[in-house]
Design a protein around this ligand. Structure first.
Ligand SMILES: [Zn+2]
Length: 48
């Protein structure tokens, strides 16, 4: 399951919370810019 993070309030939520609301909006503050977070793999890119 993917996780999402709100672009304004920064809260994270699962995609089942997104389906409750019409459109893609933060369930907490209603903001419509949502970032997808891939939960299990956190990619760290090291600058050389
Ligand atoms: Zn929000």
């Amino acid at each position: 399951m993917d996780k999402y993070r709100c672009g304004r309030c920064g809260k994270t939520f699962d995609d089942d919370k997104l389906k409750v609301l019409p459109g893609v909006r933060c369930p907490y503050c209603g903001y419509n810019i949502i970032y997808m977070i891939r939960k299990p793999t956190v990619k760290v890119i090291k600058a050389i």
